[in-house]
Design a protein around this ligand. Structure first.
Ligand code: LMR
Length: 396
């Protein structure tokens, strides 16, 4: 029977990692997948994570199943990071959180929860967006519609086009917003634009879904929650899919969360029973380790402070690489202005390189970036930036 199966295309991001691994060239550079690298080119385990793991190694008493939604302590920690310590919203009981296997798992829970309960048939996503969004939402049975986001001529956010295309969204439609560090463009709304979007959403009756995978990579842990908190201040209902892959460096532990905000505690409690049925039918209950690490760190004042400092270290190093990239490309005499790279947030730079240039970078120079022209700046180091810039200069 299996001979009937038709080969699927390689994944646009993780497929690149496979191709990179298979490439025998020793000077190859992987700037495809969003993974932080330090100056030595390693993806380190954070110091705070190592310490938390030591504590868990000593204290863990059982490998018993977790509850379907994970632990209550993890739920509290997630809500603290999203809405701020002691936030009135958390105390009101209107918020419920389930641990999820990564941000992707959280998005899938959100989509299935919405579809199964006939809350919405349509999700609006930004053009462009993370390559996997369409697959996750379509797999859950949602119809995907696109809203305008990026203005290629200005290399910035086309906010009026964004608002105009979202004016087509119907009441109840799911609208996906990137909490910060928009993937792939690195361009986020300003505070005023977040406020305008929240007003538009309220007036139209959208169901906002925040994909929040890079908290801490734009300006800081609290600062990066600005858009989400503006929405949460005015909306009775919203959903959040958050991830700790990047900001805790816990990529392979698959640790994320699905959070539901309701109009009242009573509504949240009932709705959450359906969230649990979605999880039970998918993977029964979550793995423990990554969430236990995050919980241990956030609950411990000293570890928390150390983690905040480590996120800042990553953020600052990426910013330095952005500066250097702009300077070095200019120094090579490239006519094209790359200064927009400075304005982008997070791990990625939407470089403006086209498909043919991306292909040449791979074939001729062993430099892997996503087909959309997205470069993972988090993978640039002092050791690889010169060959990278030389290669970009040659393909332009
Ligand atoms: C990325 O965009 O590179 C990351 O979110 C990793 C992934 O799963 O695609």
């Amino acid at each position: 029977m299996f001979e009937k199966v038709v080969a699927a295309p390689a994944d646009p991001i993780l497929g690149l990692t496979d191709a990179f691994r298979a490439d025998p060239r020793t000077d190859k550079i992987n700037l495809g997948v969003g993974i932080y690298k330090d100056e030595s080119g390693a993806t380190p385990i954070l110091r705070s994570v190592k310490q938390a793991e030591q504590i868990l190694l000593n204290d863990e008493k059982s490998k018993n199943y977790l509850g379907i939604e994970g632990t209550a302590a993890y739920g509290s920690v997630v809500q603290q990071l999203l809405f701020g310590k002691g936030a009135e919203l958390i105390n009101s009981g209107r918020v419920k959180t389930a641990q999820a296997p990564g941000g992707t798992g959280a998005l899938r829970i959100a989509a299935e929860f919405v579809v199964r309960n006939n809350l919405s048939k349509t999700v609006w996503i930004s053009d462009p967006t993370w390559a996997n969004h369409v697959s996750v939402f379509q797999a859950a049975g949602l119809e995907v519609k696109w809203y305008k986001y990026y203005d290629p001529s200005r290399k910035g956010l086309d906010f009026s086009a964004m608002q105009a295309s979202l004016a087509e969204a119907q009441a109840g439609d799911l609208v996906l917003l990137h909490g910060c560090c928009h993937n792939p463009t690195g361009i986020d709304p300003t505070r005023e634009q977040w406020q305008a979007l929240a007003e538009q959403s309220l007036a139209a009756g959208w169901l906002p879904l925040f994909d929040f995978a890079y908290q801490g990579f734009a300006r800081g842990i609290e600062e990066d929650a600005e858009g989400l908190r503006i929405f949460a201040a005015s909306h009775d209902e919203l959903l959040v899919a958050s991830s700790f892959s990047k900001n805790f460096g816990l990529y392979n532990e698959r640790v994320g969360a699905f959070t539901l905000v309701s109009a009242s505690k009573a509504v949240a409690d009932v709705a959450f029973t359906q969230v649990k049925t979605v999880i039970r039918a998918n993977y029964s209950n979550p793995p423990s380790h990554g969430a236990a690490v995050v919980t241990t760190i956030v609950q411990d004042e000293a570890l928390y402070a150390e983690w905040v400092a480590e996120v800042a270290e990553m953020r600052v190093r990426i910013r330095e690489m952005r500066e250097l990239l702009v300077e070095k490309l200019a120094a090579l005499g490239i006519a094209q202005d790359f200064s927009f790279i400075r304005e982008q947030n997070g791990m990625f730079s939407f470089s403006g390189l086209d498909k043919a240039q991306v292909e040449r970078l791979k074939q001729e120079f062993g430099i892997y970036i996503v087909g959309s022209g997205r470069i993972s700046v988090a993978g640039i180091t002092h050791a690889n930036i010169d060959p990278l810039c030389d290669a970009i200069a040659k393909v332009i």
